[in-house]
Design a protein around this ligand. Structure first.
Ligand SMILES: Cc1cc2nc3c(=O)[nH]c(=O)nc-3n(C[C@H](O)[C@H](O)[C@H](O)COP(=O)(O)O)c2cc1C
Length: 208
């Protein structure tokens, strides 16, 4: 099956990209609006960009009317956010926070979540998230510039909160203990906790 992406309708391009570039990690992003309203929403267009300086990227898509979602708008306005990683134990709550509630409604309250105070930024982090990264805005860039379909948000990680329970006795992070969910196509999710995970050492002679 060959798909020519030139001129492919946007919905189909989204379908093929979002359902094959998987599994994607989920950034559960906590922000505060310029007027102080807390906001929490999941984004799977999410990655590490580099470690020096430690930088994360999320790419929230535009709303159907072309406007910015609340998360990038809040980051643009306040310059701060927290990326919480999503454990399987909180997958229902994470899903609830993706609902497009009216402005002024707190996703935290609707999903029955508790927040913990962050050290360096104003947005709270999610109680129960095994890892939370406090981030400061590097940039919020519309892409493409003339008619944005998304905003590329880069944030520098200024602090992290890590639950020691995710560590194995050898101090490595254990995917089973971490037990994060990942996004796949349609309504499918994956888990880092899996009997099918395997270790693969780098090729012999590879210098670390
Ligand atoms: C697992 C999951 C992943 C999601 N990933 C994205 C994403 O990468 N980009 C996006 O624009 N919306 C994504 N969404 C939808 C947003 O969470 C949803 O539009 C949310 O209402 C945005 O909230 P906000 O307007 O408060 O920022 C995702 C939803 C779920 C459940």
């Amino acid at each position: 099956m060959y798909i020519d992406f030139t001129g492919l309708p946007a919905r189909q391009a989204y379908f093929w990209l979002a359902s094959t570039v998987t599994p994607r990690p989920v950034a559960w992003v906590s922000t505060v609006s310029a007027s102080g309203q807390p906001n929490l929403a999941p984004f799977s267009f999410f990655q590490v960009v580099t470690h020096t300086p430690p930088t994360l990227m999320i790419c929230p898509l535009a709303n159907s009317d072309g406007s910015m979602k609340d998360t990038p708008a809040n980051i643009e306005a306040t310059g701060e956010f927290v990326v919480n990683l999503v454990p399987h134990a909180l997958v229902q709550q994470m899903n609830q926070t993706s609902f497009g509630f009216e402005r002024g409604v707190s996703e935290w309250e609707k999903a029955g979540l508790s927040g913990l105070t962050s050290q360096k930024v104003a947005p709270r982090r999610v109680l129960g998230a095994p890892v939370a990264f406090e981030c400061r805005k590097v940039g919020v860039t519309p892409y493409p510039a003339d008619k944005p379909s998304c905003w590329i948000v880069l944030g520098e990680v200024v602090a992290a909160h890590v639950d020691p329970a995710i560590l194995a006795p050898d101090h490595q992070v254990d995917p089973d203990r971490l037990d994060l969910v990942s996004r796949m196509g349609a309504d499918w999710y994956g888990r880092t906790k899996s009997d099918l995970n395997f270790e693969l050492p780098r090729p012999e002679g590879w210098a670390r």
